[in-house]
Design a binder for this molecule. Structure first.
Ligand code: GRF
Length: 206
């Protein structure tokens, strides 16, 4: 099977990026990580990408002085130059304009740390605790112009435990992100329409 070139967008520690790149490099997802782009020059994920032998680029949003469309144009250009066929956002903390979402429509995935449509946006773990939910988790979805609302490709559920803090809950969710995202990527690379029709559901170990 031919390997789809995948571009990965990050802003921070890059642990989901590592999970995706390792799955591709191990042959469990039929893709090839061709570039990791960060808007944040100090993202720890940049070094992790280099250690995996993946090309990196930094496109600082600050240097675009609030012109989101111009920033998105630069990111789009870097993805195209690297030959990306699909894009995986992995902790990429920028709101995108249609410059990016239209260019990559149907070819861009994101992971969000909640069971969408609950808790779109930021501070999901704190908000889940405040809401008193018994279950929480993460979602891989397609990226559209509307924040955190594209079609759902997979979800992983975690229990909320008594005594949880936002940090303990985030760690439990993140461990499931690392399982879910590579599985969804693999399914999407194999057959995007089938992946849309059959979202993956991961439940806690009994
Ligand atoms: C993850 O929880 C992701 O869902 C959220 O930000 C975090 C990024 O972690 N958007 P990492 O950079 O993949 O380690």
């Amino acid at each position: 099977m031919s390997l789809t070139p995948v571009g990965i967008l990050i802003s921070g520690s890059g642990s989901n990026m590592v999970a995706l790149a390792e799955a591709m490099q191990a042959g469990t997802a039929p893709g090839k990580p061709v570039i990791v782009i960060s808007n944040n020059p100090s993202a720890a994920g940049l070094e992790k990408a280099r250690a995996l032998g993946v090309e990196t680029a930094v496109i600082e949003h600050r240097s675009f002085k609030g012109d989101r469309a111009a920033f998105d144009q630069a990111v789009d250009g870097a993805l195209r130059k690297a030959g990306a066929g699909i894009v995986a956002c992995a902790g990429f903390m920028r709101i995108m304009t249609p410059v990016l979402t239209d260019a990559w429509s149907g070819r861009m995935l994101n992971i969000h740390p909640s069971l969408l449509p609950s808790f779109p946006g930021l501070d999901t773990h704190t908000r889940a605790l405040e809401a008193g939910v018994a279950i929480h988790g993460c979602t891989v979805h397609e990226v559209t112009a509307d924040l955190d609302s594209g079609s759902i490709l997979g979800q992983a559920v975690v229990p909320v435990m008594g005594g949880d803090t936002a940090e303990t809950l985030a760690a439990r969710v993140l461990a499931r992100e690392h399982l879910l995202y590579p599985r969804v990527l693999a399914a999407f690379l194999q057959d995007p329409d089938a992946a849309r029709r059959n979202p993956i559901a991961l439940f806690p170990d009994p």
